[in-house]
Design a binder for this molecule. Structure first.
Ligand SMILES: NC(=O)c1ccc[n+]([C@@H]2O[C@H](COP(=O)([O-])OP(=O)(O)OC[C@H]3O[C@@H](n4cnc5c(N)ncnc54)[C@H](O)[C@@H]3O)[C@@H](O)[C@H]2O)c1
Length: 332
């Protein structure tokens, strides 16, 4: 079975990253266009983008015949069963409203700029019975899924302290990292503290950077710190467990695990051996995009549960907005 598919928004994550040769060295698939082209369940025939240049790229480089400047224009000629929404947030609800034949969606995070926008979007998908997968790709990454189902404890024992770095905005990249924290450590009990950080490198209008601490239901504290991507990029999670440390750095392309050893300077004590016997675990991030589409196809075909449903993304955004609320209260 192959479903009529349209890609709405044809920018960086839709297709642009695929033309970066450095990206291609590390990611077998880093864009919606690559995933759709190689997936038999999705008959990708249409692109909608406001930009004439993006539309020309879709036609010329990807051989897409049905290329439109608006959804209204598309639906006069083409009715997709699957839509991939890869625009910045805003108007996601109107887009779904304009597509009456939709069976499933792949949508980029965040669901909305405001929490109410995200909630209304989730309610709409639920009401229409649309299978909605959110591209929080770590939910589909083999290594990340393994960690969440026992491998993390095997590697480092019980987590004692967790530090997270992100940049380019709380709603933009913070969403990925906060969702990953929920995936590994369970639900958030409270946002213990949060404050705004004046970093200006932002890709979503209205987004901010916050430094904050979450207390998980298990009692574990997780500390988030933004970095200014004007200097360099990093989205990282560092976990200090009872018997080792795991560093998931270089945006998931380098996973380093350090184990316990006798303390180098104190008899009878132990340390984490950061400088010897470091285990480098091969990344699987380069395949996650493809796998998140595999899972959507499985859900469409045989009722497999979605790995990254809209309800989960909304739960992450609920926490993000709690962080925002708390950080603004501190500023005022
Ligand atoms: N999941 C991930 O790993 C990942 C990575 C990068 C970006 N993103 C998310 O994807 C979204 C897009 O990011 P990007 O970096 O590709 O942005 P981008 O600016 O490169 O591309 C967005 C495209 O959407 C088009 N567009 C905007 N509004 C539109 C509308 N109403 N109708 C049709 N086309 C419209 C623009 O013309 C542009 O071509 C953001 O929400 C971002 O957070 C996710």
């Amino acid at each position: 079975m192959s479903f009529k598919t349209a890609l709405i928004g044809f920018g960086a994550v839709a297709a642009g990253f695929a033309s970066d040769p450095r990206n291609a060295k590390h990611y077998e698939c880093a864009t919606h266009a690559q995933a759709l082209k190689s997936h038999r369940a999705f008959n990708w025939e249409a692109v909608v983008d406001l930009s004439a240049e993006a539309r020309e790229t879709a036609r010329r480089d990807w051989g897409i015949k049905h290329v439109y400047g608006s959804i209204g224009e598309m639906t006069r000629h083409y009715q997709p069963e699957i839509a991939v929404i890869a625009t910045p947030p805003g108007h996601r609800m109107e887009m779904v409203d304009a597509l009456p034949e939709l069976k499933a969606l792949m949508v980029e995070k965040p669901l909305g700029i405001s929490l109410s926008e995200g909630r209304r979007f989730a309610e709409l998908c639920e009401r229409r019975g649309i299978l909605a997968q959110v591209n929080l790709w770590r939910r589909a990454d083999e290594f990340c899924r393994g960690l969440a189902s026992g491998k993390l404890e095997e590697l480092v024992g019980k987590p004692q302290a967790v530090f997270v770095l992100y940049g380019n905005g709380l709603l933009n990249n913070g969403a990925h990292l906060l969702d990953f924290v929920r995936m590994l450590f369970g639900e958030v009990q409270e946002v213990e503290s949060a404050s705004l950080v004046p970093i200006l490198a932002l890709v979503i209008p209205g987004d901010v950077h916050c430094r904050f601490t979450l207390v998980m239901q298990s009692g574990l504290a997780v500390h988030f710190q933004p970095l200014d991507f004007a200097h360099y990029r990093e989205n990282a999670v560092e976990i200090w467990g009872t018997k080792g440390r795991l560093s998931i750095v270089q945006e998931g392309l380098l996973n380093l695990c350090c184990k316990l050893a006798p303390h180098r300077a104190l008899s009878g004590e132990r340390e984490i051996a950061l400088d010897s016997g470091v285990l480098s675990i091969p990344p699987t991030a380069g395949y996650a995009f493809h796998r998140i589409y595999d899972n959507l196809a499985g859900a469409l075909g045989g009722g497999a549960p979605l790995w990254s449903p809209v309800s989960n993304a909304l739960a992450t955004e609920e926490v993000l907005h709690e962080v925002l609320k708390k950080s603004r209260a501190v500023k005022d």
